[in-house]
Design a protein around this ligand. Sequence first.
Ligand SMILES: C[C@H](N)C(=O)N[C@@H](CCC(=O)O)C(=O)O
Ligand SMILES: [Mg+2]
Length: 369
Amino acid sequence: MKIRDIRLSILSVPLRVPFKTALRSVSSVEDVVVEILTDSGETGFGEAPPTGVITGDTTGAIAGAIQDHIAPKLIGRDIEEFETLLKDVQAALVHNTSAKAAVDIALWDLYGKHLGLSVFRLLGAARREIETDITISVNDPEVMAQDTLDAIRRGYRTLKVKVGVEPSLDVARLLAVRAAAGPDIQIRIDANQAWSPKQAVRILEEMERKDLGIELVEQPVKASDLDGLAFVTSHSPIPVLADEAVFSPQDALAIMQRHAADMINIKLMKCGGITNALRIISAAEVYGMECMLGCMLEAKISVNAAVELACARQIITRIDLDGPVLLKEDPIEGGAIFREKQITVSDAPGLGISGIRPGYTRPLFDNYV
Ligand SMILES: C[C@H](N)C(=O)N[C@@H](CCC(=O)O)C(=O)O
Ligand SMILES: [Mg+2]
């Protein structure tokens, strides 16, 4: 099976409600879709969101990285050279993890299709079903309480509550969310780097004093402040999960060796795809550090790849793969089945994606060349 061409397009899907974090506010997904076309007629699908505030990757940069640097290394080559192809994607240029992730995902899809095996089976097949949390955007406390009620009505049992915009409101936000949720709903919070280390410890101690029952706090401080993260981890009464601080397997190892966080959030878009995510997972298995498998604001092509990985490995104990359920519609055909919180992995060859419904994509290079 030889790679004939790589096609790029933009997938556009509106969100149910605006997604708001301490870093950004958006109302639709506008992701780059990668299709690797082969001489046997099989297509490998990948996707990359331009989450500039976290990865630094913009739509134009993702397109340029793939078109000018990655695609020329792959075209004409056989999928049987799988390991070398994966290495060549990572070596094509530095950074640009979202572009690499999209192509890496599409190569895993093709390889599974070539072997007639689903990726989750290829990687370990630990389980067929996982349960995702759902994000509650940062807003005024009353709006967040209403969003909490809506999420519970939809059947969610774990909420990922965004905080960090006007931190003085964060405890009030959580009081409102807990009052709306009742005692049995699991609540995790994500500050998206908004707090200083001392401020983080103060806020987390207050949340603990008020008995808010917070499971964990995600990325309390700046991504680059590893000392600050370690300070919060050693002083916080609430476990700390590193997100923006961990892109590469090397970042993950550094955190594990220093115990700068209690857990790690693995995202394909930060580490460059399934291949590097597997390296982080191996390190986590060695260190016995539980991981979350998370996503950016992504549709079901790349989130589906994360589902395959999450279903393959038991060290993934927490799931934040709510991208598809935040969308108004799901235009992706095939792949995992999302019944709100309950996600069932596809066992079709590769990633099981068969196509995208018409009307949701437009050719990318109309805009970017
Ligand atoms: C969508 C997911 N629940 C989430 O919150 N992911 C990120 C933010 C992603 C984005 O801004 O697109 C996170 O910080 O965990
Ligand atoms: Mg996060």
